[in-house]
Design a protein around this ligand. Structure first.
Ligand code: ATP
Length: 581
């Protein structure tokens, strides 16, 4: 089977930040600046209880000036905290969104360039979930929770330092009563979350995939009366999702245990602080500082655990996104070959005959599934400018062969060459410009005919659309559509028949003007008028290019000068001397 790197449902989450670093590196200055400002604002907040403690001691010493200085400093710190926090949120959001934006662009680029085989091997809904929902969740995390997470992390560290320097005795008490159970709870939560969150994300992607597929196949499902079966499948997927979501909720309940630990610690601190102050081992101000700071510490731990839960969920999303980026990465340094025949000038200069590339399949084998080859050892040569048909019973491998001949698939073994150059080594843009396949089912996007024609490479203008229609004798057909070239074709072109969609494919091909054209005839019954339009347009397009037709209709087969036949994935008509000349 062609080598396709499959996506993992629950990809490895270890060292996810390190793996994401290449995508973060270009933004490191912005991120570092935002984190520094955030930590400064946190430091300002941490010093507030210390100054309040000082103010209390000055008050008890009847030192009015000292009291006013301490109170003024508290006010200054609070204002500084507010300004710095806001600045850090803006900086962090900007830096984070630049990263997310770049990731989104990269995913779209990679999916656009990934082999068709990769897309066919994965469920559309899963790809959709990774490229839209999971990136959106990442963006929300960056905007909403990441500033809090950094702030809380910094606050925990700074407050711990403040407490340690205020009273080692109370710090020791806090450490003994508070730290071990909190550590245990955090560890248990992390373990439970590591199992529960990836399972939840994978189940959610499955629901999206099943839903997207049932929408796509809605017509067929209704025709087959199979809607009920699909609904049952969707319900099954949804049930699995709810089960995993409940697992994630159960994991989160470990966080509630922190309340009990906090209550116990507060009681211990009150008793300990009272005894130490009574024995003159600490000042009342220190006890005040300690009580205020430890209260803040508790609520920070609470917030931290909650945000950390969201961090774990975002980590799963990031791991799934990185998995997609890894699987679709290409070796950008690989040199792209060009065809040995230069692209002929296909403008007004007239026929370029001998410059046309010949097309050759050399010992080609291909399988969609391991051990079940759909095409076996196919060797056939189509000369420059030749017109030929490929025929065979249904399922014999004609469409698969057409996709190999135009470079959409790569053979498992053997090669397909144009003018002696392996298609696999060709620059993709040149490949698409010089070899065009019009499939049985031409896929259109929602919008107008013009929107669909605009997808043709080379940014064609409305004049180009008109010229292509005129060349193919389709001006009347376009004008007859309601709105002409601006006719709404409906979602995925559903207002056109399969044959009419092929006419749109032919218009696109006429604008690209490729040297090799492969047409996979529509198998759907065509009305005589559309069949005639396709034949007439093909007759005009045939001149001055190599044309291969996957022929289903006898009238087409009769008109072709040469026909090669496939039977169960093997060529039955190749001449004994057939080879890649
Ligand atoms: N994307 C795919 N994944 C798995 N198997 C596939 C895929 N596409 C085609 N096949 C299988 O490969 C075999 C050849 O299919 P192909 O569409 O190439 O035949 P065909 O000769 O063009 O048929 P038809 O005349 O009905 O269009 C069939 O058994 C088909 O089920």
């Amino acid at each position: 089977m062609a080598d396709v790197r499959m996506l993992s449902e629950e990809p490895d989450q270890r060292r996810v930040l390190r793996r994401a670093w290449p995508y973060l590196r270009p933004h490191r200055a912005g991120i570092a600046g935002a984190v520094a400002v955030n930590l400064l604002s946190t430091l300002a907040l941490t010093l507030v209880p210390v100054l309040i403690g000082r103010a209390v001691d000055r008050l008890l010493d009847h030192d009015r000036t000292g009291l006013l200085v301490a109170a003024g400093a508290v006010l200054g710190l609070v204002i500084a905290r507010m300004v710095l926090l806001r600045a850090s949120e803006v900086l962090l959001t900007r830096a984070g969104e630049r990263v997310v934006h770049r990731l989104r662009d990269l995913v779209v680029e990679r999916l656009g360039g990934t082999p068709l085989r990769f897309l066919e091997a994965h469920r559309g809904g899963d790809l959709l979930q990774r490229t839209t929902v999971e990136i959106a969740e990442l963006a929300t995390f960056v905007r909403g929770q990441l500033p809090d997470l950094i702030s809380l992390g910094g606050y925990l560290v700074f407050t711990t330092v403040v407490l340690l320097t205020s009273s080692w005795q109370l710090s020791a008490l806090l450490l003994v009563v508070f730290a071990p159970p909190m550590w245990l709870l955090a560890r248990t939560f992390r373990r439970a979350a590591q199992r529960a969150y990836p399972a939840e994300a994978a189940a959610q992607a499955t629901v999206a995939a099943t839903f997207a597929e049932s929408l796509q196949a809605r017509e067929q499902l209704q025709l087959d009366g199979a809607t009920g079966t699909w609904l049952a499948r969707l319900r099954g997927d949804a049930e699995r999702y709810h089960t995993t979501a409940r697992g994630a909720q159960r994991a989160a309940t470990w966080i509630d245990g922190t309340w009990i630990v906090q209550g116990l610690t507060s009681a211990a601190l009150l008793v300990g602080g009272g005894l130490l102050a009574g024995a003159d081992l600490v000042t009342v101000g220190v006890v005040v500082t300690f009580v205020l700071a430890s209260r803040d510490l508790f609520s920070s731990v609470d917030d931290f655990t909650l945000v950390a839960g969201e961090l774990l969920e975002s980590r799963v999303g990031l791991a799934r996104l990185l998995d997609l980026l890894d699987a679709t990465s290409t070796d950008e340094a690989a040199p792209a070959a060009v065809l040995t025949t230069a692209a002929p000038d296909r403008g007004a200069a007239g026929p370029a005959g001998t410059d046309l590339p010949g097309l050759c399949a050399d010992a080609v084998t291909y399988a969609y599934r391991d051990g079940q080859p759909v095409l076996q050892d196919i060797t056939v040569h189509f000369g420059p400018g030749e017109h030929a048909g490929i025929v065979g019973e249904t399922g014999s491998g004609k469409t698969t062969f057409a996709k190999l001949l135009c470079g959409l698939y790569r053979p498992d073994t053997g090669t397909v060459r144009a003018s002696g150059t392996d298609l696999a080594a060709l620059d993709p843009a040149e490949l698409r410009r010089r070899l065009v396949l019009i499939p049985q089912q031409v896929h259109l996007i929602g919008g107008t005919l013009a929107d669909n024609l605009a997808l043709t490479p080379g940014r064609p203008s409305r004049d180009d659309y008109a010229r292509a229609a005129e060349r193919l004798g389709l001006t009347g057909w376009v004008a007859g559509l309601p709105g002409g070239v601006d006719a709404e074709l409906g979602s995925r072109g559903e207002r056109l028949s399969a044959g009419e969609r092929q006419l749109v494919g032919l218009l696109r091909a006429a604008m690209i003007d490729p040297e090799v054209l492969i047409l996979d005839e529509a198998t759907a019954d065509l009305d005589p008028e559309t069949a005639h339009r396709i034949e007439a347009a093909m007759a005009r397009l045939r001149e001055d290019r190599t044309v291969l037709v996957i022929a289903h209709r006898q009238t087409t087969i009769d008109r072709l000068p040469r026909v090669v036949r496939l039977h169960a994935g093997r060529l039955t008509t190749s001449a004994p001397e057939e080879s890649c000349r």
